[in-house]
Design a protein around this ligand. Structure first.
Ligand code: AMP
Ligand code: ZN
Length: 495
């Protein structure tokens, strides 16, 4: 029985009881996208996993401040300190202003997440909107002796930090091994050590994204923005820090070092990392050319897809696995998810319509115990580190009971009015609020109208004027009028 929320903390590598730092207020920070390209389904899996965390904490009654940033500067092409800025590179390639690239892909990111029914975060700060704060933090780290300036760039001194702290504690890296394995790159000559990372970079002449600073014109390092923005909006210590597993190192490891260096505190109490969406066992990634864009899934236009899949089918598919397991894409799994989703949504429609009616049956203790147990298990499953896969299995168990009532096999009075109401609320609340699954209405208006027009013409032919008036009136109620033309029947929106 998992009656309280437990989360797997990737820092301690243990499942821990969740206790928020402030009694009823939770601070959660999730690393957002680097907005230089369309988000693929792998990215969606990660953001969707944190949407579940957010939704469930709200369901438990917490007030949550959820901060998810937009990386719009500082993330370099090779994810380390070398190469072009991803946004600047794309801007040059497409002959756009860097901020045009940022806006375009930020809009796309929002559209995609909306289609998958993700709740927007409470604050969505961007790195370029926090340059002043980042410069302040660089100053602070220099002053505390954890960073040094060389030729207009400022680096974090990992070796110095590691003397009193443990650099590598999150990712399990050992500094000596890292130092031995790091590739020697040209510009690393100016670093004291190969493992040091840039918190401020001098902008070369051709670099277009640049700001004045005490060290000359430059731009912030990628890892710095998250430390600065999480601290600004959630404080020096907050509850949950999340992101995909591939961000553990170096990004999150560096965030810990920056926070401990500047404030003497680790930033987050619980670190949550999502596992990867894979295709034939390989991580889905733009650079590996195995990624689908959401619109390709909805249209079925990608070569690897057998058919189109709707946003809710895909949401269901993702939720059918626990966020910490890998999830492999396959048409079979998506096909099964399509069926599963429809089954659950049909249940939702039934349960919303079902009204308790006394039928004089005796109370059935066995049924009462079973239903109560399933209801408890829905919470237990979510309390077990947000296990959506187990939760869905429990919802299907509840659906069996709902269907029994629907077909009259199980009588209302066998379970009683209070339990019926509890069952109904649990089913609706878990599907809609906790899992964020919603009914996708069929929107083939034209086809449905043609069917009605056909029935209208038939009724006219048979001189069934009662039916003719009925069809007209019912369509009018929905803002549509039928027009009897010389050789056909047409329709128009009522003006
Ligand atoms: P990016 O914009 O590349 O920094 O990625 C945004 C988020 O998506 C990060 O948290 C990544 O860890 C995550 N991510 C990238 N690829 C995948 C994948 N194949 N499966 C799950 N999450 C991913
Ligand atoms: Zn981050």
């Amino acid at each position: 029985m998992q009656t309280e929320l437990r989360v797997f903390n990737t820092l301690s590598r243990k499942k821990e009881k969740f206790e928020s730092i402030s009694k009823d207020h939770v601070g959660m920070y999730v690393c957002g996208p680097t907005v230089y390209s369309d988000v693929h389904l792998g990215n969606v899996r990660t953001f969707l996993s944190f949407d579940i965390v957010y939704r469930y904490l709200i369901h438990l009654g917490y007030k949550v401040r959820y901060v998810r940033n937009i990386t719009d500067v500082g993330h370099l092409v090779n994810d380390a300190d070398e190469g072009e800025d991803k946004i600047a590179k794309k801007a040059k390639l497409d002959n756009l202003e860097p901020m045009e690239v940022v806006q375009k892909y930020t809009n796309g990111f929002h559209d995609v997440l909306k289609q998958f029914n993700l709740i927007p975060p409470s604050i969505e700060p961007s790195a370029t909107g926090h340059i002043v704060e980042q410069i302040e933090m660089v100053k602070e780290l220099i002053q505390k002796g954890f960073a040094y300036e060389v030729n207009g760039s400022v680096y974090f001194d990992v070796n110095k930090y590691d003397k009193d702290h443990n650099y590598g504690k999150l990712s399990g890296r050992i500094l000596e091994e890292l130092m031995a394995s790091e590739r020697a790159l040209d510009a690393q000559d100016e670093k004291r050590n190969k493992v040091d990372f840039a918190i401020w970079k001098k902008a070369s002449e051709e670099h277009i994204m640049r700001w004045p600073s005490p060290w000359g014109e430059g731009f912030p390092g990628w890892h710095l923005e998250c430390t600065v923005m999480s601290t600004k909006y959630l404080g020096e210590q907050f509850d949950i820090h999340g992101g995909g597993m591939d961000l553990k190192f170096p990004h999150h490891e560096c965030e810990i070092a920056q926070s401990v260096g500047a404030y003497g505190k680790e930033p987050a109490k619980y670190w949550l990392h999502t596992n990867m969406l894979t295709v034939n066992g390989q991580k889905m990634s733009k650079s590996l050319n195995n990624s689908f864009l959401p619109h390709e899934l909805f249209s079925g236009s990608h070569a690897l897809l057998d058919q189109p899949y709707s946003p809710m089918t895909v949401r269901f598919f993702i939720l059918q696995s626990h966020y910490s397991s890998t999830l492999d894409f396959s048409n079979e799994a998506l096909g099964a998810a399509k069926k599963g989703y429809k089954k659950l949504i049909n249940g939702l429609r039934i349960v919303k319509e079902l009204k308790y009616t006394t039928d004089g049956a005796e109370i059935n203790d066995k049924q009462v115990t079973e239903i109560n147990k399933i209801i408890d298990n829905c919470s237990n499953a979510m309390n077990d580190d947000f296990n959506t896969a187990k939760t869905i299995a429990q919802l299907f168990n509840l659906l069996k009971k709902i269907n029994s009532i629907y077909v009259g096999q199980l009588k209302f009075d066998e379970i009683g009015e209070a339990l019926f109401a509890k069952m109904k609320t649990t089913f609706i609340e878990f599907i809609e609020k906790v899992l964020g699954l919603e009914e996708e209405k069929v929107s083939n208006q034209d086809k449905l109208l043609q069917t009605l027009i056909f029935l209208y013409k038939q009724a006219k032919f048979k001189k069934d004027y009662g039916k003719v008036d009925e069809i007209r009136a019912s369509l009018k109620e929905n803002g549509i009028i039928l027009k009897d033309m010389k050789d056909k029947v047409d329709w128009a929106y009522e003006e």
